[in-house]
Design a protein around this ligand. Structure first.
Ligand code: MN
Length: 424
């Protein structure tokens, strides 16, 4: 895709250096004002732009938009309007915010109705998620897990290099950043034991992931090719696929993860558009053996260079960075994941979320889960205050951050943050 980003543009709204939200990002989300009213919004610097108010005041009159489209509690209906409308909205918001444009800048009343401090609004989950799928697309992660639990010499199962492995997750428990959740309980078995006990999980883990949001539905029977995939993807978020490893170990054969995963997942609140991410495309890892034709990448630049960070904050302490990874490490790209997901005719809907799978890099400081960082608890992670962690304890908060940066500019995703509360 041709990039439409002009990195030289600046806004009349102050954008701090290294902000996640310069004028060439403009992600979309759902905000809740102090009076309880919700609206679709975009972000710039430390401010949010209320799109519902902009529309009501006539700033979008030259875009074909249904009345009240930004008053809804989710972005789904807007997203369903299609890619040309996403682009037109993005261009219009950019035009209103660019330094030399006076329309909004010189309209004090409109400014007061449309621009709010980010700290004065609450972020809600941006889409009504119909279906949620979680892939397993990091070769480094799959190799680490396979080495730990099966055989280091045959860490990858025979299918892994031929298809993007995935499972169907559960959307009802996907939370937005800031929503905490209770430690799950269930059947757990210590390693090497075959009789389960009932207990709160003693192996709470995070998974560093990103997700993409479906922007266009298909009919049952239809497949999306790798070439068409970008027309069906609205944008991306940071994602934490919380996992209870002791529950997982006991339950996952033969049908895959179930209660070890479906108690909670966390998404960041802002959806960054593929259009904003286009300048950060980069070469994807080479694939050997060659994949089947329906999985062939359109070109080699189908990865995206997004630096990902995991921070652990224990109670009464500052957050500590425990991992730095990158979305570009994924062996299977979004386009391949979507092509595979639909090759059998499985239909997709606007608002579906598809997560990448844990994104681990080649070195221990880039591993995307406690399971890998501590090698299944064998090498505890040491915190600056002397405490150790094998897995997460009650009161621990995990914060995932992400940004794409090149020599021209930087855009970010905000954060996906949640705390593990004691079992109910
Ligand atoms: Mn996962």
């Amino acid at each position: 895709m041709q990039t439409t980003t002009d990195f030289t543009q600046t806004s009349w709204i102050n954008v701090p250096a290294n902000s996640d939200f310069p004028i060439y990002n403009l992600p979309l989300g759902i905000i809740k004002h102090k009076d309880g009213k919700t609206a679709a919004a975009s972000a710039i610097g430390d401010y949010v732009i209320d799109l519902s108010s902009l529309q009501r005041l006539g700033f979008f009159k030259f875009i074909s938009l249904p009345d009240g489209i930004f008053d809804k509690p989710y972005l789904n209906d807007f997203i369903a309007l299609g890619k040309p409308v996403w682009h037109a909205l993005r261009q219009r918001i950019k035009m209103l915010l660019v330094s030399d444009n006076e329309e909004l800048r010189e309209n004090k009343q409109a400014r007061e109705e449309c621009i709010y401090k980010m700290s004065d609004v609450e972020m809600l989950i941006p889409v009504k998620i119909g279906d949620y799928t979680d892939f397993y697309s990091s070769k480094e992660h799959a190799t680490n897990v396979g080495s730990m639990f099966r055989d280091p010499k045959n860490a990858l199962l025979p299918n892994w290099l031929h298809l993007p492995v995935a499972y169907h997750g559960r959307s009802s428990s996907i939370l937005v950043s800031g929503q905490n959740f209770h430690r799950p309980k269930g059947q757990v078995t210590p390693p090497g034991v075959d009789i389960p006990a009932f207990s709160p999980s003693k192996a709470m883990d995070f998974e560093l992931e990103m997700a993409f949001v479906i922007g266009k539905q298909t009919e049952l029977g239809q497949s999306v090719s790798t070439k068409e995939a970008n027309d069906y993807i609205f944008g991306m978020t940071l994602f934490n696929d919380w996992s209870a490893r002791d529950i997982q170990r006991w339950e996952y054969v033969p049908l895959g993860p179930f209660l070890a995963k479906n108690f909670a997942s966390t998404t960041s609140p802002w959806i960054v558009s593929l259009e904003a991410l286009e300048p950060f495309r980069t070469k994807a890892p080479a694939q050997e053996p060659e994949v089947l034709p329906y999985l062939k990448r359109v070109d080699e630049n189908t990865a995206i260079d997004i630096t990902l960070e995991v921070w652990l904050q224990i109670e009464n302490s500052e957050p500590v960075k425990i991992s730095t990874s990158n979305y570009k490490y994924l062996y299977w790209t979004m386009e391949q994941q979507l092509a595979h997901h639909t090759i059998n005719g499985c239909n997709i809907n606007v608002g579906d979320m598809m997560a990448s799978g844990t994104i681990s890099g080649p070195t221990p400081d880039s591993f995307g889960s406690m399971l890998e960082i501590t090698w299944n608890g064998k090498n505890p992670f040491k915190l600056p205050n002397g405490e150790e962690r094998r897995f997460l304890q009650d009161g621990d908060t995990i914060i995932i951050k992400g940004y794409a940066q090149n020599e021209n500019g930087r855009i970010g995703f905000g954060e996906a943050k949640a705390k593990v509360l004691p079992t109910l």
